[in-house]
Design a binder for this molecule. Structure first.
Ligand SMILES: NC(=O)c1ccc[n+]([C@@H]2O[C@H](COP(=O)([O-])OP(=O)(O)OC[C@H]3O[C@@H](n4cnc5c(N)ncnc54)[C@H](OP(=O)(O)O)[C@@H]3O)[C@@H](O)[C@H]2O)c1
Length: 432
């Protein structure tokens, strides 16, 4: 490990004292899906320069694994592990607390931290990185966005010479699985049930389907790639729960499919960001990502588009990212400091929209809707109505030219509560 801010890592002290660098001593906090995969890789591959020495697991009896070497100390006391002589703490419990307290304690004690915790990094990353820098240690979180896809290392190294102006990402494997199932003809509820049966979705799927998980990852990417630190709460995610199989049928007619897209754009000094189900053209790489895959497209001012795709979650892919961070620490690759400025999300993405209505049909409905759109100066592109649906529950779609979500919301507000509307119209952005 290299010297930072004039202080030296424990490994470096050891190297200076004995001239034989000793491996970095690693503690795992938590022993669930990702942590056990990290341990498995460390045990099987024995990567040089790192050694698993401690595991903290609150449910020790349930988690203790016979395949972990006897030299590893297991403990149900997190403070005993944090107070031990480990060099690097790997936090793999998740959530804001107590993970945040553990990470602060480790950094304060001069230990580097590796984590896959997107929530902690999205909400507390700036503060924790400052703490790490003050202590001359590192906070690494390559696994926090897109699991096993090395997007963060690519931003920190291969793309550091560019200025990224736009991010388009499929950042939540659970939503991608559900929406790809719906593309095959399933309705939302059975697609979610299958995701839960396969272990891709939690019993309470809100964090994923509500867009909160993707939002956390988007704000991390915005800080590193677009170099703006925004409050995650400033981005209001839209859930995928309102999308139904009929929307995929209409999307197909428009040459599109539907994906949960996390998008950020910095242009003319303004920052726009959104998360939600979005129509994407079939010819876009975003449409190719299926099942639990993730995809990120970064658009640079100089380099243009770079596309990353692969397994965004799962124990093994995520553990690869964690172990790669550990090896970076062990072998002294000096990360480039990426400056970011505190910023507001102060613009809206201006895109074409797809609006699907479900109505009890009668004369005059289309005229009323087009009138409401015209009042907001929103141009209509097409009105599409597929045959085969009953008049008393008729879905039809209006697509409109680029406009802001708030202008469209005002237009739809004008027809809210009309007795012919059987449900709230579904408004989706369209990426072309
Ligand atoms: N799984 C993935 O595909 C994936 C992908 C990318 C990032 N991540 C991130 O990786 C981290 C770990 O995820 P995971 O899937 O491995 O989770 P997991 O399987 O639920 O394991 C979490 C581990 O942490 C422990 N833990 C949780 N809350 C705790 C608390 N309050 N106090 C003490 N111990 C606690 C659990 O204890 P018990 O042993 O008692 O259950 C368990 O051992 C999370 O930040 C997650 O967001 C996961």
């Amino acid at each position: 490990m290299t010297e930072v801010n004039g202080s030296a890592s424990p490994q470096q002290h050891s190297a200076q004292e004995s001239s034989i660098p000793r491996p970095l001593r690693i503690a795992l906090l938590g022993f669930g899906t990702v942590a056990s995969s990290v341990a498995r890789i460390l045990v099987e591959l024995k990567p040089s320069g790192i050694e698993l020495t401690h595991v903290y697991a609150r449910s020790l009896a349930k988690r203790r694994a016979a395949w972990v070497p006897a030299s590893v100390a297991w403990s149900a006391d997190v403070n005993a592990v944090l107070d031990s002589d480990v060099d690097v703490v790997v936090e793999l419990a998740g959530g804001l607390e107590p993970a945040g307290r553990w990470v602060r304690k480790a950094l304060t004690a001069g230990k580097s931290v590796v984590t896959a915790n997107k929530k902690l990094i999205a909400f507390r990353g700036v503060e924790l990185e400052r703490m790490a820098a003050d202590k001359g240690v590192y906070l690494k979180y390559g696994a926090a966005v897109a699991g096993g896809i090395p997007v963060i290392p690519a931003i920190e190294q291969g793309l550091i010479g560019d200025r990224i102006k736009r991010i388009d990402g499929i950042l939540n494997g659970t939503c991608n699985f559900i929406l790809s199932k719906m593309e095959e003809g399933f309705e939302y509820a059975p697609a979610l049930a299958e995701a839960q049966a396969k272990g891709y979705a939690e019993a309470d799927p809100t964090e994923d389907v509500g867009g909160f998980d993707a939002r956390a990852k988007l704000t991390i990417l915005m800080r590193l790639a677009v170099r703006v630190a925004v409050d995650p709460e400033a981005i209001k995610p839209r859930p995928i729960t309102q999308v139904s199989a009929v929307d995929f049928s209409y999307a197909r007619d428009l040459g599109c499919t539907i994906r949960q897209i996390a998008r950020a754009d910095r242009s003319d000094g303004k920052i726009a960001a959104s998360v939600g189900p979005t129509l994407v053209a079939m010819r876009s790489p975003l449409a190719w990502s299926r099942g639990t895959e993730n995809m990120v497209i970064l658009t640079g001012r100089y380099g243009g588009d770079v596309v990353f795709s692969g397994h965004g979650a799962g124990g093994n892919p995520t553990a690869v990212a964690v172990v790669s961070d550990l090896l970076t620490l062990a072998h002294g690759a000096q990360p480039v400091k990426i400056p970011s400025e505190q910023a507001e999300v102060d613009a809206e993405c201006e895109l074409p929209h797809y609006i699907r209505f479900l109505v009890d049909d009668r004369p005059g409905i289309v005229a009323e809707i087009t009138g409401a759109l015209a009042k907001e100066r929103i141009n209509i592109r097409a009105i599409v109505q597929k045959p085969g649906y009953p008049h008393h529950a008729l879905p039809f779609v209006v697509t409109v030219e680029s406009c802001t979500g708030s202008a469209l919301k005002r237009a739809l507000e004008n027809i809210r509560g009309r007795d012919y509307l059987l449900e709230e119209p579904l408004d989706l952005q369209m990426l072309e």
